[in-house]
Design a binder for this molecule. Sequence first.
Ligand SMILES: Cc1cc2nc3c(=O)[nH]c(=O)nc-3n(C[C@H](O)[C@H](O)[C@H](O)COP(=O)(O)OP(=O)(O)OC[C@H]3O[C@@H](n4cnc5c(N)ncnc54)[C@H](O)[C@@H]3O)c2cc1C
Length: 153
Amino acid sequence: MAHQKVEIIINFLPFLSKEKILPFLEKRNEKLADQTLEEMLEGLVNYKLIPILLKKAHVKNTQKWQDCSLKEKENLSNSLGHFSIHITDTKDFSSAQCSRGGIPLDEINMHTMESLKTKDLYVIGELLDVDGDCGGYNLGFAWLSGIRCGKSL
Ligand SMILES: Cc1cc2nc3c(=O)[nH]c(=O)nc-3n(C[C@H](O)[C@H](O)[C@H](O)COP(=O)(O)OP(=O)(O)OC[C@H]3O[C@@H](n4cnc5c(N)ncnc54)[C@H](O)[C@@H]3O)c2cc1C
């Protein structure tokens, strides 16, 4: 990854292809006439994203869709459907939420969490070679393996 150029493109409206976003906003504006761009985007994307998307599109939050130039409309549609982020680096280990690697699962009795190699040694949680996506999987695994271990003890 070092010195590589890495770009992430995000479509914040994945139910629409890039080309269909402008017509979609046009239609949405008909139903929500007289609203500011900020208000028009409410409920469509997370509210924390709205100022970022508007800034990227070089439009003001108080501006109205019908007052935008075609270029501004295209910019906003682009920032919603084709938001580009250049990855410059990753954070270091002190910011990590879980670590990879650990004791292989085939060395553990998964019903009791006891090591198959060393009697009376129990291994749970992150010490095992298990890692999940963020969203509760790692804590869940730590708790469940802990419960199994506790019960067997
Ligand atoms: C900032 C952050 C955010 C996270 N967010 C999430 C999340 O949202 N969802 C999710 O699922 N997971 C999340 N995780 C990961 C999750 O917290 C861990 O996977 C989980 O806590 C691992 O549990 P564990 O019991 O194996 O280890 P730990 O929780 O690390 O517990 C190990 C314990 O052992 C103690 N210890 C270490 N050495 C010794 C020693 N020599 N003697 C005695 N005690 C010792 C430590 O002090 C620690 O209390 C996050 C982690 C971090 C750092």
